[in-house]
Design a protein around this ligand. Structure first.
Ligand SMILES: Nc1ncnc2c1ncn2[C@@H]1O[C@H](COP(=O)(O)OP(=O)(O)OP(=O)(O)O)[C@@H](O)[C@H]1O
Ligand SMILES: Cc1ncc(CO)c(N)n1
Length: 266
């Protein structure tokens, strides 16, 4: 049994954040654990309120887990502010989990800052260099690089430029473009594109959280990086396609363990 840890924010409506991560870990047959960095009051329509957790409590949660339980991979999501980011970086450098997937969550679809704008530099300097892979969506890649991304060629250039900020791999996600959902990966030598047909459904709340947790899970299950991305994209595509009609806005994904019977969980 592999043990997965998410360090992220709570989404009380269960579609994104910690809740999406834990559902993904379970659906893929692993044991999930969580360090909560912030509590959000949100639903399928938007974010109403955010409370950040004190960084000493973030440290205490991380230490409580690592001093007792082996962690086979970590996913980092919403990290809110500079103090929390610096603490996570310090703690991960101390405990050294084998894989760290960083989803640089910044602004919710409804326009709320899930990362304080002044914390962007700390995110880049403290977390990118310890990441096995980082998974920005197009708006996040634009903020990281301070440039526009309009097409797949721009995504390729962005993946290469973000790679120079220190992660071992960069996946620029194409959910925000039109046409097929194309994600672009760069590992320092080769660009690889992952394409799936765009699903015309509104239940896409939490796609990014789900993809990054699934990548962390497949890495823990000892798949290589490219296979982990491919299997994770397949998981997200199926989970969107399963179509849950929950809430009045952008609904959540359906995490279906019986779609993935082939994963050996011993
Ligand atoms: N309508 C869609 N049909 C098929 N795949 C999609 C669709 N929307 C997003 N994806 C895929 O879902 C994954 C997440 O990409 P996306 O760009 O939506 O991330 P995100 O914006 O971080 O997600 P979130 O909604 O959690 O903030 C990518 O693999 C992307 O290609
Ligand atoms: C807690 C949380 N993390 C990440 C996202 C981005 O999907 C969100 N909406 N909420």
């Amino acid at each position: 049994m592999k043990h997965l840890l998410t360090i992220a924010g709570s989404d009380c409506s269960g579609g994104a954040g910690i809740q999406a991560d834990l559902k993904t870990f379970s659906a893929l047959g692993t044991y999930g654990m969580s360090v909560i960095t912030a509590i959000t009051a949100q639903n399928t329509q938007g974010v109403d309120a955010i409370v950040e957790i004190d960084n000493t409590m973030v440290k205490a949660q991380i230490d409580a887990i690592f001093k007792d339980i082996a962690v086979h991979a970590v996913k980092v999501g919403m990290v809110s502010n500079r103090e929390i980011i610096a603490q996570i970086s310090k703690s991960l450098l101390e405990w050294l989990p084998p894989f760290v997937v960083v989803d640089p969550v910044m602004v919710s679809t409804s326009g709320h800052h899930l990362l304080k704008p002044e914390a962007k530099t700390t995110l880049i300097e403290d977390l990118f260099p310890i990441a096995t892979i980082i998974t920005p969506n197009i708006p996040e890649a634009e903020v990281i690089l301070d440039r526009k991304i309009d097409d797949i060629e721009d995504m390729e250039e962005a993946a290469k430029a973000i790679y120079n900020l220190g992660p071992k791999g960069v996946l620029v996600k194409g959910g925000h473009l039109l046409g097929d959902a194309v994600d672009v990966f760069f590992d320092g030598t080769t660009i690889t594109k992952f394409t799936s047909p765009r699903i015309h459904k509104t239940n896409t709340h939490g796609t990014g959280c789900t993809l990054s947790s699934a990548i962390a899970t497949h890495l823990a299950l000892e798949f290589d990086l490219l296979t982990s991305i491919r299997k994770s994209k397949d998981y997200v595509t199926k989970a969107i396609d399963c179509g849950l009609e929950i809430g009045k806005g952008d609904g959540p994904l359906h995490h279906f363990h019986h779609l993935y019977p082939s994963i050996d969980t011993d």
